[in-house]
Design a protein around this ligand. Structure first.
Ligand code: PEP
Ligand code: MN
Length: 346
């Protein structure tokens, strides 16, 4: 529920609303906005009797949020959330932000070579997993903390920001020390203790859609993060399980406009996991930008045939350079631009 204050409402009026919400046994989230101040009411599991709030000084109206998720909904907040990253970069505004790099950090040399290659092609964020969620326990599980140290070096060498995955609640703090964005993977979208731990950090979170998750379930998982006080959340469409083995997943690009309608949070697209096949990545990256995605996540490896994970869907640096050129052109057509590395002249 959202309690909308009138323009003439005073600070004391807002405090009065907060106090009453707390007396009713719920939590209050005051939200000073550009057009209006509103106070969100959370902690209810069902309808709340609004009459007590409607009678308070300065209250203009009470809006019942009709969706099962509250704080992530457009009803709760009409303006787009802009996720602020260190430096000049943000996600959710006019710029399309590209994150690229290998599936996994394999060696120091490999991640630094990858970082230089994706930066030279125009990526602004380096991806690479140090902790890898693998379907088989016998597959490469990632370098762990050593991988995080290599990512830190790659950041120092190239100035790229870092996105990397936290696999469990215990690992969140170590990842947060190095990452500018903490990735929560598809297999963990409904790991509620991980969501709560990540929600307690103040780092931006990249939340990937689960392998068989509906958009409502994705938004409810994001709600866990906001409920813990972290509203710096980026959603990611990365394909869902389908019946056709022609591609690894069904890359559901309708999720982009659907999420933009239902939520104020930005959504990026990952056509690498979405398709699983190298030659499908660039066409679907173009389509994602055209669909309005706020960013792309692309797997790039200096030698995809030698990659320890996801080589079949990893682009070579040259292929990634071409993807960037094409996506810049498409972004322009829809009145956006692809974010450029600081100081880049193209
Ligand atoms: C990844 O980004 O390498 C990854 C494991 O992604 P997902 O969780 O979408 O499978
Ligand atoms: Mn991968």
């Amino acid at each position: 529920m959202l309690i909308v204050m009138s323009h003439a409402a005073t600070k004391a009026d807002v405090e009065g609303v907060v106090k009453t919400i707390e007396e009713m046994g719920y939590q209050a989230r005051p939200m000073p906005g550009k057009q209006r101040t509103a106070v969100g009411l959370v902690g209810n599991d069902g309808k709340v009797d609004a009459s007590r709030l409607l009678g308070l000084d300065g209250v203009l109206e009470v809006i019942h949020v009709s969706q099962p998720y509250k704080q992530v909904s457009r009803e709760w907040k009409s303006e787009n959330t802009i996720v602020r990253l260190p430096g000049w970069l943000s996600i959710g505004g006019d710029e399309v932000v590209v994150m690229a790099g290998p599936c996994a950090v394999e060696t120091e040399a490999q991640i630094i070579e990858s970082a230089r290659a994706v930066r030279d092609a125009g990526a602004v964020i380096l991806r690479g997993g140090a902790f890898k969620p693998r379907t088989s326990p016998y597959s490469f599980q990632g370098l762990g903390k050593k991988g995080l140290a290599f990512l830190k070096k790659a950041k120092e060498e190239t100035g790229l920001l870092i996105v990397t995955e936290a696999l469990d609640p215990e690992g969140v703090d170590a990842v947060a020390e190095v990452a500018d964005i903490i990735q929560l993977g598809a297999r963990n979208m409904q790991n509620f203790s991980l969501l709560k731990a990540a929600g307690r950090t103040r780092k931006p979170i990249l939340l990937k859609r689960g392998i068989a998750a509906t958009i409502t379930e994705l938004l409810l998982s994001a709600e866990y993060l906001l409920a813990e006080g972290n509203d710096q959340v980026i959603l990611c469409e990365r394909g869902i399980r389908g019946f056709d083995p022609a591609t690894r997943n069904v890359f559901d690009l309708t999720a982009v406009p659907v999420v933009h309608r239902l939520s104020h949070l930005p959504i990026i697209a990952d056509p690498s996991h979405g398709t699983g096949l190298r030659d499908k990545v660039t066409p679907m990256a173009r389509a994602a930008v055209a669909a309005g995605a706020d960013g792309l996540m692309i797997e790039v490896h200096p030698r995809p045939d030698k990659a320890l994970s996801d080589g079949a869907q990893s682009l070579t640096p040259d292929q990634f350079g071409e993807l960037m050129r094409q996506c810049r052109a498409i972004a322009e057509v829809i009145g956006r631009r692809v974010a450029e590395p600081a100081g880049a002249a193209r």
